[in-house]
Design a protein around this ligand. Sequence first.
Ligand code: HEM
Length: 150
Amino acid sequence: TKFCSKGDAAIVMEQWSALYNQDASGMTKLLIGRQIFDSLFDRVPAAVGLFNRVNVADRNSGGFSAHIMRVIGGLDISINSLGAQCTLSSITSHLLAQHVVRDGVTKGGFAMMGEVLVSSLEQLVEDFNPDVWRNCLMPILNAMSKDLPA
Ligand code: HEM
């Protein structure tokens, strides 16, 4: 299997930046993130409880909205670093460290997040190619979760 070739990375970065860029309003970014979390929670209702600290009980609250923006921001800088291996690996190891300390966060949860991202982005990105996106998202998510429990 070939993981995220330069050509794949270029497509993903370009398609991502068409969706998530400086012209997209904060509200648009929040809606993208909310859709991703809603579909994660639809598939894995048990995951909701992991986010009690950030007021997941009210998904429109400031606390949960701010959480969504931290996550989507982490995804954004990761995708934007697909062409820069060193930068990407320092970002993913930082994100890994931020998750290792959270009880209940698992590799399985990240695998599910990968599927959720692909199916949500499919509806938002023009000319979406799921294989290309998988090739590039999986290494990011795997690196972010490599020391988590299964
Ligand atoms: C695209 C994948 C993901 C990215 C980029 C991401 C990014 C982040 C970021 C930036 C934070 C804030 C860290 C901090 O301020 O300490 C965070 C917190 C957290 N993440 Fe993730 N995350 C991802 C996926 C997941 C998944 C799949 C789970 C669980 C199944 C998860 C569970 C959590 C939890 C429980 C917190 C702590 C919330 C709190 O502040 O109480 N994350 N994540």
